[in-house]
Design a protein around this ligand. Structure first.
Ligand code: NZQ
Ligand code: ZN
Length: 388
């Protein structure tokens, strides 16, 4: 049965090769002081920085640069961003980059006017913002997280060995996001495929939960099929516009909360992956890829009907004359083959995890109860060992 829900998505999207032309129109809605948030410098090499600065200047904005947002943004960087915003009385946070920049912008936006410590309030106690929220806009350059159209923000605390996400409500979603698939052409292949797996995992983790009679699951299957198809084209030819734009659009739909409506969700691959990330600082999508197959093989018996459906509907497995287990196994084998063909990392040891970290990674794994099996800590350890 579809559960009760409300749905609102507050982000206005501009999609396509001309989408940056609309930035000026959006800027007119906000005050003069713009905190220009970016990462380690890729946007200075591919020309996006110059294009954005040009539009900001033409619209008479004061640009307050806030670069150096690292992949997996840290709590120290969050404090620094809040300080910059307060000192410059910023009116808009403009993130130009991937999920890390966009997540960071959202975390800063809910912290500028917050009297409390933002790490404690949002990422330890999971409270909602009670202060004024400074608006966020996004020019996306890396595809995967869906951060461009959701309220999610993931912050890493290396001292506490925790990587924690908070899903803020609609007031903290980007007010607008500019999605130009050609902006992603300069991504190294490793980042492109890592983002592709992040998208796939977002869809799977909402799919492998609940009963089967839900519109969201049919949408999820269509998104997975489109992603598998386009990913193989993009791997062969990264400049294929159609494939790159399909991947970008799929990423947005995968995590703008639509396909979670009216159903339970799993999210344990993300919990495991984030804990691995807290210990290794590895690329987000790769941490998910490295724990997925052991996790899914572990929970398959508890949700066999859905793994059979996944095999048939997503991977085209022919069920004739086969047991349910054989069909489900074949589906996971096809998933593994696809992951290998993309060149994803399938072992956490290749991401820097060592045997002596397993206990700590297990402790840093939040155990959620929306999936087919609520894991015990021993099971988490077993899955992590199988992921080595
Ligand atoms: O920092 P720069 O120099 O820009 O380089 C980045 C970075 O090294 C590079 N890059 C981005 N666009 C590029 C480019 N290089 C060349 N050309 C371009 N066009 O790519 C690297 C990775 O960027 P990053 O933003 O870190 O990647 P991603 O978009 O995967 O974001 C990862 C963060 O998002 C969180 C992750 O946990 C992680 O912290 N997530 C956020 C979610 C959300 N808001 O809902 C959900 C996700 O599950 C995820 O947890
Ligand atoms: Zn993710």
């Amino acid at each position: 049965m579809l559960g009760n829900f409300s749905y609102c998505n507050a982000t206005k999207l501009y999609f396509g090769q001309d989408s940056l032309n609309y930035l000026g129109e959006e800027l007119k809605k906000y005050g003069k002081n713009v905190q220009l948030i970016y990462g380690g410098g890729s946007i200075k090499k591919n020309g996006i920085f110059d294009a954005v600065v040009d539009i900001l200047k033409k619209n008479g904005k004061n640009i307050i640069e806030d670069g150096g947002v690292m992949p997996n943004p840290t709590v120290e960087k969050l404090y620094e961003g809040v300080k910059i915003a307060r000192e410059n009385n910023v009116d808009l946070l403009l993130a130009v980059g991937g999920g890390s920049c966009c997540d960071y912008a959202k975390a800063v936006s809910v912290s500028i006017h917050c009297d409390d410590d933002p790490w404690q309030k949002y990422f330890v106690r999971f409270e909602e913002p009670t202060c004024k929220i400074v608006p966020v806009g996004c020019v996306l350059t890396m595809v995967g997280t869906g951060s461009e159209m959701n309220g999610g923000s993931v912050i890493t605390n290396h001292k506490e060995k925790l990587k924690v996400g908070h899903a803020f409500g609609e007031d903290a979603m980007p007010k607008f996001s500019i999605l130009n698939p050609t902006f992603t052409y300069s991504l190294p292949e490793r980042q492109m495929v890592s983002g592709i797996y992040d998208i796939f995992s977002h869809i799977c983790e909402q799919y492998f939960s609940g009963n089967d009679d839900n519109t969201s699951d049919y949408i999820a299957e269509a998104l997975m099929k489109s992603l598998i198809h386009s990913s193989l084209i993009a791997k062969r030819n990264p400049q294929n516009y159609e494939a790159r734009s399909n991947i970008m659009w799929t990423a947005t739909w995968a995590l703008n909360t639509l396909i979670a409506k009216g159903k339970t969700t799993d999210w344990m691959v993300h919990m495991l992956g984030q804990a691995v990330g807290a210990y290794t600082d590895a690329t987000h999508g790769m941490t998910l890829a490295a724990v997925s197959l052991p996790y899914y093989r572990h929970i398959m018996p508890y949700g066999l009907h859905k793994f059979v459906r996944f095999a048939k509907e997503v991977w085209g497995v022919n069920p004739d004359g086969k047991t349910d287990k054989a069909i489900a196994d074949e589906g996971l084998l096809k998933l593994e083959n696809w992951m290998n063909s993309l060149g994803l990392v399938l072992r956490i040891s290749e991401l820097g995890a060592t045997e002596d970290m397993i206990e700590g990674i297990a402790d840093a794994t939040f155990i959620l109860d929306g999936g087919y099996k609520v894991l015990s800590k021993d099971e988490v350890i077993q899955i992590l060992k199988e992921s080595m």
